[in-house]
Design a protein around this ligand. Structure first.
Ligand code: GLA
Length: 390
């Protein structure tokens, strides 16, 4: 379903479940991480984009304190009190919204709940941030309902807190910031220390192919959090040997890594190499894009993947296969894993004229190797989240 169809279907299902029309609707897109892997929580840089798939969240106020929330795809409803939303393993999808409700109502003594339903057209578990799309669409729609006004950064933090406290993933702010700040046709360049964003136009001569391996990525299973701890450990190690302050790996230069890595615990040293290298690649990538040098930018994407594979060890055979295969497909400029890793999607940068043929070639090669095709879709950088009429 495209976005218009998804919205119409969401309204239809809302009316079917709740017997009335929604009074607040918001949309938030998923994202592609173009380059800058696991740099966000290391206070570094990322180039990302919103994609033209996302989640619609529809809500209407209730007079009592109950919150009824329906997952529009499963048509399952959970109920919880507005004054006490608690995470529940039996319906993990509801936890993101409960986290948002908690953040929006904290200290405000909300007494009135809501009926809500969400429906999206993002493939789940594909590494395209369906959870952030749900959080941000819920945040905008419920914020309107509760009359809580937050700026976009505060809204992004609310989503991050929902992930940390209600889903157990110690994520950075990349997914939420991209979903909220993205502009059509541009990449979002974020500095995660200053928490500032800048639009970097992609130009009309490139699109992305998102290749979904359908391998379930293990973010909630702890690999992500383990990587984060390794990075913090590496930063603390550099802080103890360098003669300038090191708050995060952002503060470590490559020559400092080269000098001190041999004395470090090897795994922490490799994790640090990835993050420090990624930050350099993002900054260089921004310059290359500004100069329209797409081929060189593409090479940085391949280098990023190689660093994920070897240093950060957050790839998997399916992603490695796609990236390697893409490298030999005519017209492909660059390819790498996108997002947390351990599965999910690979992103391929390609000229639009070559996209269709390359997509078929990748699907066919993948099917031959793994016995089933991978889902390949062309996406262009799209507009970020918004509150809609009605
Ligand atoms: C996930 C997290 C983000 C970011 C990426 C990796 O998408 O939610 O915060 O860390 O992984 O770059």
């Amino acid at each position: 379903m495209n976005c218009d169809e998804t919205r119409r279907e969401a309204v239809r299902r809302f009316e079917q479940v709740f017997g009335r029309a929604p009074s607040a609707t918001a949309y938030a897109p998923g994202r592609v991480e173009v380059i800058g892997n696991h740099t966000d929580y290391n206070e570094g840089y990322v180039l990302s984009a919103a994609i033209d798939m996302g989640t619609f969240f529809l809500a209407a106020r209730r007079d009592d304190g109950a919150c009824r929330l329906t997952a529009g795809d499963l048509m399952r409803t959970v109920e919880f009190p507005v004054a006490d939303p608690r995470p529940d393993k039996a319906a993990p999808w509801a936890n993101y919204v409960k986290g948002i409700v908690h953040g929006l109502t904290r200290g405000r003594g909300a007494r009135r709940g809501f009926d809500a339903l969400f429906l999206g057209n993002l493939p789940l578990g594909a590494g395209l941030s369906s959870s952030a799309a749900l959080e941000m669409s819920a945040g905008l729609a419920l914020g309107a309902l509760f009359e809580v006004r937050l700026d976009r950064l505060a809204m992004a933090r609310l989503g991050q807190a929902a992930e940390h406290e209600f889903a157990g993933v110690k994520c950075g702010l990349l997914d939420q910031i991209t979903s909220l700040f993205a502009r059509a046709g541009s990449l979002v360049m974020t500095d995660f220390r200053a928490l500032t964003t800048e639009d970097v136009p992609l130009g009309g001569d490139a699109v992305f192919l998102m290749c979904n391996t359908a391998v379930k990525h293990a973010l909630v299973d702890g690999e992500y959090n383990r990587r984060r701890r390794s990075c913090e450990k590496a930063a603390a190690c550099f802080a103890s040997v360098l003669d300038h302050p090191v708050k995060a790996l952002r503060d470590v230069a490559w020559h400092e890594w080269e000098r001190h890595a041999p004395a470090m615990e090897p795994v922490a040293a490799r994790r640090a190499a990835h993050v420090i290298g990624e930050n350099t690649r993002v900054l260089r990538g921004r310059e290359l894009l500004a100069g329209g040098r797409l081929e060189e930018f593409g090479r940085l994407m391949f280098a990023s993947h190689e660093s994920s594979r070897v240093n950060f060890e957050n790839s998997c055979p399916e992603l490695d296969f796609l990236v390697k295969t893409a490298g030999a497909v005519p017209g492909v400029l660059g390819a790498r894993l996108s997002g947390g890793g351990f599965g999910g999607s690979a992103v391929v940068l390609i000229h639009p004229r070559d996209a269709e043929v390359a997509g078929h070639a990748l699907t066919a090669a993948y099917a031959k190797e793994f016995g089933h095709p991978c889902d390949v879709r062309a996406v262009t950088p799209s507009e970020g989240a918004r509150l809609m009429e009605g």
